[in-house]
Design a protein around this ligand. Sequence first.
Ligand SMILES: C[S@@+](CC[C@H](N)C(=O)[O-])C[C@H]1O[C@@H](n2cnc3c(N)ncnc32)[C@H](O)[C@@H]1O
Length: 252
Amino acid sequence: MREILIIGIGAGNPEHMTLEGIAALNRADVLFIPDKGEEKAGLRALREAICARFIRKPDYRTVPVAIPRRAEAEGDYRGAVDDWHALIAARYRALFEAELEDGQTGALLVWGDPALYDSTLRLMERVAASGLALDWRVYPGISSVQVLAARHRIALNTIGAPVLITTGRRLAAGFPADQDSVVVMLDGAEAFAGIDPDGLDIFWGAYLGTADEILRAGPLSALAAEIAALRARARARHGWIMDTYLLRRRPA
Ligand SMILES: C[S@@+](CC[C@H](N)C(=O)[O-])C[C@H]1O[C@@H](n2cnc3c(N)ncnc32)[C@H](O)[C@@H]1O
């Protein structure tokens, strides 16, 4: 049986590693480092910095995992994601078999927390279902959503009310009528700029937890254009951007 430790590493600041996560890093025989290509090189660098800073054995072994790009969905989003996951799961299986002996332990460093908009846990289920004897454990990490709330010094929910965490793709259909607090992730298409801003405040953060962090908060109507311009400038400068925001309905 091979064992895989799925370690949440926080969303940009190495100091957000938990003690439990650091102990898990040090237990692994091999560290698998996902690589999503040039535009995400900054993210790979953070994973490498975490290994260098927290792993105490000098001869630890890292193995890059090339993550292929997802094909355009062409109407069938779930189908496209399913095909993409099948490809990545096959790649993981091949790497686990090649790089880990039976009885050895590997680690996967997952951005933020593995439970939030990350496919690693579903991928482990696929690898195990494909017939490889595999066990895995999960170590929670600090999510970009927690860093967003901390930086803006806000609670995500209003008193006794729910929070919806969703994607830019879904927000594009409009701010949900039955919610007052909506966290939006994965919004490359700037859905915040396309919805009716009336009565909404935005708490926005990019590169949260890093030295390049940018924050803005205020009425969406006043900030949408400024945030779009900031995104464009930051993307041009860094080659990539990750941002998250909370939209909150102002009390009537
Ligand atoms: C694939 S999801 C991964 C989320 C991650 N598991 C987490 O817990 O934060 C990627 C999205 O997370 C958000 N994100 C991750 N890191 C971020 C950061 N440092 N600053 C702002 N947003 C971030 C962005 O919305 C990005 O599109």
